[in-house]
Write a protein that binds this ligand. Structure first.
Ligand code: SF4
Length: 359
């Protein structure tokens, strides 16, 4: 069963990527370099692009960072989001410099003229604004009202910022409601989906290291996605951001929400194992990571239960005493020598991917 988006939100254009509406969930990440270091930032973004990142965000803490935006834009291929806190001058500079979206909370900008200046500049360039609500930095009046960060408080904060933009007739809005507490984030996104007609950007903030953060993000975002909520997402990890993209893609694949990525099915191994399955599975996973077709590839330790256990696989191999069995949709197509079976599998994978694109 493939999950679909329950909420039909307003579609919002970020550069050449549509977010919301009937579009697939878009994968985002954020650079870890100093934004003013253009070479380092561009290199990281190009690595993210290769991994499947569809929108990238950079921090803009100062003027040096804002000044780097035009040069970064020139050298990358995916939409660029510029993240600004409070400073409307940096927002104006980022917009002027070619940002495809800015992340700033209008309620934090200050005087109305400043908010208007930013909104008018965004309107002129037809770029959206992301409102980023974070449970850890809710406005004082909201904390006073609720006593501590709650889902209702987070949604109220989002609605407060949305109202400011709507009053200025601005509607190209994307909203995030991040918390590092998983149940709180789930509740906040559920409540937001009921009240907010704009696309929701999902994230569990400060989720931790590669291992712990992956589990925590998958638990939280998986629960949210399973309710049909979410239009774009970032996995936040204390790790190379390329890992964030890999985790996001894997998560979307688990829900049948990624039409541009191949999936590996591999068995957990048991006493019947006939091949060095773990290293083969890792090699095949790496190989298919750049394939942009939704094909399923299986790697199984033995032929006893193997092919039958992976009937949904478009292609697979199973170990069989010194050789491998190549199979498609559970049917064995031929035997291959063990030392060449991975190479033969790769050739078959390429053929199936080509067939998919030729359809
Ligand atoms: Fe065990 Fe074979 Fe199943 Fe792998 S495919 S778990 S080796 S029975």
């Amino acid at each position: 069963m493939a999950f679909t988006h329950r909420k039909e939100t307003r579609p919002v254009k970020v550069g050449n990527v549509m977010v919301g509406g009937k579009n697939e969930v878009v994968i985002q990440s954020m650079t870890t370099t100093k934004t003013h270091d253009v070479d380092a930032t561009v290199n990281e973004i190009l690595r993210l692009e290769e991994a499947g990142c569809q929108i990238v965000r950079v921090a803009c803490p100062d003027e040096r960072a804002a000044n780097a935006i035009p040069e970064i834009k020139k050298r990358i291929n995916i939409p660029l989001v510029v993240d600004i806190h409070f400073n409307y001058k940096l927002a104006l500079k980022a917009i002027e410099g070619g940002a495809d979206k800015i992340r700033i909370n209008p309620g934090n900008i200050g005087k109305r003229e400043k908010v208007e200046a930013v909104v008018n500049a965004a309107k002129k360039k037809r770029i959206p604004i992301r409102i980023g609500v974070n449970a850890g930095s809710l406005e004082r009046h909201i904390i006073e009202k609720y006593g501590y960060p709650t889902a209702d408080g987070m949604v109220e904060s989002a609605l407060h910022h949305i109202q400011i933009l709507e009053d200025l007739d601005f509607h190209d809005i994307i909203v995030s409601l991040k918390a590092s507490d998983v149940p709180l984030a789930i509740e906040a996104y559920e409540k937001a989906a009921e009240k907010i007609p704009y696309p929701l950007h999902l994230g569990i903030t400060e989720s931790g290291t590669l291992f712990a953060g992956t589990v925590k993000s998958a638990a939280g975002l998986g629960a949210i996605l399973s309710k049909g909520i979410g239009n774009t997402m970032r996995i936040s990890l204390s790790a190379d951001p390329v890992e964030e993209v890999k985790v996001a893609r894997e998560l979307l694949k688990s829900f049948g929400l990624a039409s541009n990525a191949a999936t590996l099915i591999s068995c957990p191994t048991c006493g019947r194992i006939e091949i060095d399955l773990i290293s083969i599975a890792n090699e095949v996973e790496e190989y298919i990571s750049t394939i942009k077709a939704p094909i399923k590839v299986a790697v199984l330790g033995c032929a006893v239960n193997g092919p039958g256990e992976a009937r949904e696989a478009d292609i697979g191999i199973a170990g069989a005493r010194g050789e491998g069995l190549l199979f498609r949709h559970g049917e064995i197509i031929r035997k291959v020598p063990e030392d060449t079976m991975v190479e033969e599998l790769k050739v078959e994978v390429d053929k199936i991917a080509e067939e998919y694109f030729a359809q």
